[in-house]
Design a protein. Structure first.
Length: 219
C-alpha cells in the first residue's frame, strides 16, 4: 500500500456552505487569499504532545467575527472588504452570505506573532507555504483567487506548476489603475489571480467594487 504524502496545510481554510453553489455572491468559485493571522498568546496553542495546534484558527476567526461579545479593529478589515463586494455598507445578512460563498485561506502557515506588526518577521517565500497553497488549489479548485496585500503577491511564483502566468491589462477607475490581474494555467483550466490592497489599510471600497464588477466576478 502506498503511503499518502503528508499534508503541508497546517491552518485549515474556512469553507462556506454555498461555495460553488447557487446563491453565491460570486459568479465563479472564489478563494480569498489573506496573508497571515496573529494572536496574543499564540505561543500557548499546543497539543498535549507539545505540537502547535493551529488547524482551526481561521475557522475560529470567522466565528469570532459574528460574535458580538468579541471586539477588535481586525473586524473592520473583513467588513471593509465585504463592503467592496456589495458596493456599500453591508449588513449582517450580507456578511453571512459573503462568508458562506467563499473559501478563505491565509498563505502563511503559522501564526505571525502576537500582532500584525510582526508579520514582516516571517518568510513568506519559504517553500512550505507555497506547497500548502497548491494543496488548497487542488482540493477546492477555485476559478478566481483574490489576494490581499503585497506580502503574498510578492511571494507567489509566476508558475503554479502548469505553466507561466499571463499578465492581463490593468483596469482604470477614475485616476487609479489596477495592475494585478494574472491568469494562471492550471491543469485543463485557468485560475484568475486578482491582487488588491490589503483591506486593513489603503483599501478603496468603491474602487475595488468597480474592479470586481468590471471583471464580472459578482453575481
Amino acid at each position: 500500500m502506498t503511503t499518502p504524502p503528508q499534508s503541508t496545510v497546517r491552518i485549515f481554510p474556512w469553507v462556506g456552505s454555498l461555495y460553488g453553489k447557487q446563491g453565491n455572491v460570486f459568479r465563479q468559485r472564489t478563494l480569498i487569499l489573506g496573508g497571515s493571522q496573529y494572536s496574543p498568546g499564540y505561543e500557548n496553542f499546543h497539543t498535549e504532545e507539545g505540537q502547535p495546534e493551529w488547524q482551526d484558527f481561521t475557522k475560529d476567526v470567522v466565528d469570532y467575527y459574528f460574535d458580538d461579545s468579541i471586539s477588535g479593529k481586525w473586524k473592520g478589515t473583513y467588513t471593509k472588504f465585504i463592503n467592496s463586494i456589495f458596493g456599500g455598507q453591508s449588513d449582517y445578512e450580507q456578511q453571512g452570505r459573503f462568508f458562506d460563498s467563499i473559501v478563505f485561506y491565509n498563505y502563511l502557515q503559522e501564526i505571525a506573532g502576537a500582532s500584525a506588526s510582526e508579520a514582516g518577521n516571517f518568510d513568506y517565500h519559504a517553500p512550505c507555504h507555497f506547497s500548502a497553497f497548491l494543496e488548497i488549489l487542488e482540493t477546492y479548485r477555485p476559478e478566481v483567487v483574490i489576494s490581499w496585500g503585497s506580502k503574498v503577491w510578492n511571494a507567489l511564483p509566476n508558475d503554479w506548476c502548469h505553466g507561466p502566468a499571463e499578465v492581463r491589462d490593468g483596469i482604470t477607475v477614475g485616476t487609479e489603475t489596477s495592475q494585478k490581474i494574472y491568469d494562471y494555467p492550471y491543469r485543463d483550466t485557468v485560475i484568475r489571480l486578482v491582487g488588491v490592497h490589503h483591506p486593513s489599510i489603503g483599501y478603496g471600497v468603491d474602487f475595488h467594487h468597480q474592479i470586481f464588477r468590471h471583471l464580472n466576478l459578482l453575481s
